[in-house]
Design a protein around this ligand. Structure first.
Ligand code: FMN
Ligand code: SF4
Length: 435
């Protein structure tokens, strides 16, 4: 199995014991990008990030340079808000970056602030990440003591503070406007858009909300240069990417690669393939909110555009691998249990729809469903999709729509035989757990 090898730049030394310390980071070229950035104008940094084609790693793949350009420069103060909520099931890359390479994120926050003319960055970290918070705060303290944060950084006249704010552990708090509400001390419920955060974000001020991995790419763009950055990976999908491979594989983990890599190389190469004696049934390529891909689509390029061409989304690059023991009705039920619980309840189609979808899936899985339930599931999904305030609604119906599309025979067999028909569905129960 050919595996595309590239120099690791996001997680190069994460297995080494002191990779999270300032001394270690400096010994490996850390904070050189901040020095370089402070020698340029903020507009030059934005132009550089735009030219690099860096796309947001939080899910939507929106160009970061463009997002920074949209930030209203006439109003002060402005903020960088780092989305470290990492709540999409199957996603665990930001956790690794913050735990083992936190100075890369601190440096990315400082350069981001400089570029948009902000003096403050908030890192909104998922509620359950207690120990990661400690790592980050230690890194921030070290950066202050060494003059990489605080007043007049490196004699440039630029001031920058970075704060860590721990959320209460809600999936919806990862949606950028819900995150801003939560950061302001309110319930994590999304805002109406427009205005977008670039115009009126945190405390009503212009803000750029960026994912952890996105901000970690910024020092790499600055230090390696645009030419290098765009040269690795396909057109419009440049730069290093972290993939979280989990589920029924021999070596689950976070793998760094360029986006030239295929799903096959990730699943069969890096992650060692499915467990012995089992065969591949399906792959969810971008976290639980995206459509399933089938084994004959494994040669799909694992880039934003490649996965979209194949009919799904790269999302948070959480590749969940399912082998032939997985019951697809159980999978949908398990995920809807999660979405039903995590719906913030602000809009009716999502609040009520996720509850009904879960109830119906649970009765089919128990063997108490009727054939008409299948059309009912499709009808409820149609009444949720595209009819909600935030993208959660579309995410929540996806497990139902995609399993009905590809595995309708399994639903029918459950109803016909009055029981779950897969060989050993419990084996899959650890796969995609609700938080
Ligand atoms: C329900 C929901 C949950 C989300 N959770 C996260 C998350 O945990 N982390 C994240 O970075 N983005 C998450 N997003 C995407 C953010 O709204 C936003 O697009 C992202 O933080 C932008 O950063 P980026 O441009 O660097 O990708 C979520 C979106 C939705 C709709
Ligand atoms: S779609 Fe769901 S999560 Fe989003 S605002 Fe509506 S109720 Fe809340």
């Amino acid at each position: 199995m050919p595996v595309i090898e590239m120099e690791q730049v996001l997680i190069p030394h994460v297995r080494e014991p002191n990779s999270f310390t300032l001394d270690f980071y400096l010994a490996h070229g850390g904070y050189a990008a901040l020095k370089t950035a402070l020698g340029r104008t903020p507009d030059e940094i934005i132009e550089m990030v735009k030219a690099s084609g860096l796309r947001g790693r939080g899910g939507a793949g929106f160009p970061t340079g463009m997002k920074w350009q949209f930030v209203d420069k006439k109003i002060e103060p402005r903020y960088i808000v780092c989305n470290a909520d990492e709540s999409e099931p199957g996603t665990f890359k930001d956790h690794l970056l913050m735990e083992r390479n936190p100075h890369l994120l601190v440096e990315g926050c400082a350069i981001g602030c400089y570029a948009i003319g902000a003096r403050t960055a908030y890192i909104y970290i998922r509620g359950e990440f207690h120990h990661v918070q400690r790592h980050l705060e230690r890194a921030i303290e070290e950066a202050y003591a060494a003059g990489y944060l605080g007043r007049d950084i490196l004699g440039s006249g630029f001031d920058c503070d970075v704060f860590v704010h721990r959320g209460a552990g809600a999936y919806e708090a990862g949606e950028e406007t819900a995150l801003l509400e939560s950061l302001e001390g309110k319930r994590a419920q999304p805002r109406n858009k427009p205005p977008v955060p670039a115009v009126a974000g945190l405390y009503g001020k212009p803000s750029a909300v960026n994912n952890v991995e996105t901000l970690c790419n910024v020092p790499i763009v600055v230090s390696r240069g645009v030419e290098w950055y765009t040269s690795i990976g396909p057109e419009k999908n440049g730069g290093p990417k972290l993939y979280c491979v989990s589920g029924h594989v021999k070596r689950p983990g976070v793998y760094e690669a360029t986006m030239n890599i295929t799903l096959r190389e990730l699943v069969e190469g890096r992650a060692g393939g499915v467990r012995d004696g089992r065969t591949l049934k399906a792959v969810i390529p971008g976290g639980s909110s995206v459509p399933i891909l089938l084994p004959d689509q494994l040669d799909t390029q694992a880039s934003f555009d490649g996965v979209q061409r194949a009919g799904s989304l790269l999302g948070s690059a959480a590749i969940v691998v399912l082998d032939d023991t997985t019951c697809m009705v159980w999978l949908a039920e398990n995920l809807l249990h999660f979405y039903r619980h995590e719906s913030c309840g602000k809009c009716t189609p999502c609040r009520e729809g996720t509850d009904w979808l879960h109830k119906i899936l649970a009765r089919i899985e128990r063997g108490e469903g009727q054939m008409s339930d299948l059309d009912l599931l499709a009808s409820i999904s149609r009444n949720v999709g595209g009819k909600t305030l935030c993208a959660f609604g579309d995410a929540a119906i996806t497990p139902v729509v995609t399993t009905l599309k590809h595995f309708r025979d399994e639903y029918e067999a459950h109803v016909r035989e009055g029981r779950c028909t897969r060989p050993a569905p419990w084996r899959a129960r650890h796969l995609v757990g609700a938080h």
